[in-house]
Design a protein around this ligand. Structure first.
Ligand code: ADP
Ligand code: GLC
Length: 477
């Protein structure tokens, strides 16, 4: 079987969030399972071609869009799978992947539209003849539309994975013309959305199968509360919608080999974990390592329940805990956390993106906070558990599928239901009580370190899907 795999970010080349972790690892794991996989992403200015040994292969693809020619130079790297990087500096030689903290680049329709056409043209030119084209999120969602509607490759199955329904790629209606699409698909049952063009909706309608990254989220998005306006179209295509839980790459996330942490450990040597806490607290200038250390790592975005943290920060500062927060995202959150960063003795704040620091934090922490308002899957909680930290999370999406509350006989985390300050603080207090029961806490730490959240499990599920997709080419327009 041959798979073309497309995403707008892939770890370690470019990353803004969990999409990159998955999209970087999956092609490699698919290849290990014997699937020939060709992965595609844009070559951003921020990709370090020298460090990763990414080389041009002297093939160009030319496309004509919006009255202009765009040439993409193709770069390549073979590392487990074949990764292709498409280079056009006018579109991707910029400081950010999607736009600065103030907002998205206004020409993202052209950027990712052109990239999508370039992938199609390269696949055609090089006769890759894939059985499956697997695309991720709105940035690549035009590809199933092009495959079916523009290129007429009706025997190629397309899989769209939705990592986050909150981002849909919505543009004014004349994107139809800018992207060489036809007005015949500009209607409610196709790519039109409130008189605009919606990339993700197009992907949902035209792909052979739609997946999202956890079984709970797959159900949630069929409701108005979580559907972000697409619950109706998702209901219509419910028979091709699947929830496949993400996993993490245990070669990348392993406290036994992680070079960034102070002292390596595994579940048999978990007593060494506390050394990480002591040295980390010293480094960041916090005291009392005997207190539980709570951490938050993630994008500072509404989705992540940042307002709950903001509103509870005074109370947290008065609890017998230490708290370290690492994140960057929306400007108003960045500004808020910058402004209070030196205010509390037991709270450390770093606004920014810092992978080595994040690893030290996972290793040092006792609890990870994830009060997300919605969470398609979430990788942070799996990484934290792999590093022996317990998770305090809101019961939603992938958090509901990966964390079990300690009130259940085999529970190993703390879940709360309502996104309200009182419930959030109550959950933190339950965690403190758990921490004070040393025997139980240690038992659970060992337990979570050994739960299998590996991306191999995820990969096997995708392969099963590839093999079993109900092959109906019918687009219900
Ligand atoms: P999302 O994709 O919604 O941002 P996930 O939990 O799926 O959330 O994935 C987040 C990934 O990004 C994890 O690998 C996490 O460690 C990493 N991450 C997020 N913010 C930061 C940051 N400020 N510094 C370092 N790593 C971060
Ligand atoms: C998205 C989601 C996150 C998920 C990640 C990878 O960014 O917000 O929940 O884990 O994609 O699928």
């Amino acid at each position: 079987m041959k798979v073309v795999f497309v995403a707008s970010e892939m770890y370690p080349f470019a990353k803004t969030g969990g999409l990159a972790d998955i999209a970087g690892a999956l092609p490699v794991k698919l290849s290990k399972f014997g699937i020939r996989t060709f992965a595609f992403m844009p070559l951003y200015k921020t990709v370090d071609t020298e460090k990763f040994d990414i080389k041009p292969i002297n093939i160009n693809v030319d496309i004509y869009l919006n009255g202009k020619n765009y040439t993409f130079e193709v770069y390549k790297k073979i590392d487990g799978a074949t990764f292709f990087f498409l280079k056009n500096d006018e579109l991707f030689g910029r400081d950010y992947l999607y736009g600065p903290p103030e907002g998205d680049y206004p020409d993202n329709d052209i950027r990712f539209g052109a990239f999508s056409y370039a992938v199609m043209e390269f696949v055609k030119k090089e006769n890759l003849n894939p059985d499956i084209i697997h695309v991720n999120d709105w940035q690549a969602s035009l590809i199933p539309v092009l495959t079916y509607y523009k290129y007429g490759w009706h025997d190629v199955k397309t899989v769209l994975t939705i990592h986050n329904l909150a981002y849909q790629g919505i543009f004014d209606k004349f994107a139809i013309e800018r992207l060489n699409l036809g007005w015949d698909i500009f209607h409610m049952e196709a790519i039109e959305y409130y008189d605009k063009v919606n990339f993700l909706k197009g992907g949902i309608v035209f792909s052979t199968a739609v997946t999202t990254v956890s079984p709970t989220y797959a159900k949630e998005i069929l409701t108005p509360e979580y559907g972000y306006g697409l619950d109706g179209i998702l209901m219509k295509y419910e028979d091709k919608l699947y929830g496949i839980i993400n996993g993490i790459d245990y070669d990348v996330w392993n406290p036994e080999t992680d070079k960034n942490i102070y002292k390596n450990y595994c579940s048999y040597t978990i007593e060494n974990k506390v050394i990480n806490k002591e040295l980390f607290l010293k480094e960041i200038g916090l005291e009392n390592p005997e207190k539980p250390l709570f951490i938050f790592i993630g994008r500072l975005a509404y989705q992540k329940g940042i307002d709950l943290i903001k509103d509870s920060i005074e109370e947290i500062s008065k609890l017998p805990v230490n708290f370290a927060l690492l994140g960057s995202g929306d400007k108003h959150y960045n500004d808020f956390f910058e402004s209070i960063k030196d205010r509390y003795e037991n709270i450390f704040i770093k606004v920014g993106y810092d992978e080595p620091l994040s690893r030290k934090m996972y290793a040092a922490s006792d609890f990870l906070l994830m009060p997300s308002l919605f969470e398609p899957c979430g990788l942070n909680q799996m990484i934290a558990m792999r590093y022996g930290s317990l998770v305090v999370a809101r019961k939603t999406g992938g958090l509901n599928d990966t964390v079990k509350d300690i009130s259940e006989s085999d529970g190993y985390g703390v879940l709360f239901e309502k996104a309200e300050k009182y419930e959030f603080l109550n959950a933190i207090n339950r965690a403190i009580n758990l921490y004070n029961n040393k025997t139980k806490f240690l038992e659970l730490q060992k337990k979570v370190m050994n739960i299998d959240f590996s991306i191999e499990n995820t990969t096997a599920k995708y392969i099963k899907l590839y093999e079993n997709i109900k092959y109906s080419r019918e687009v219900k327009l």
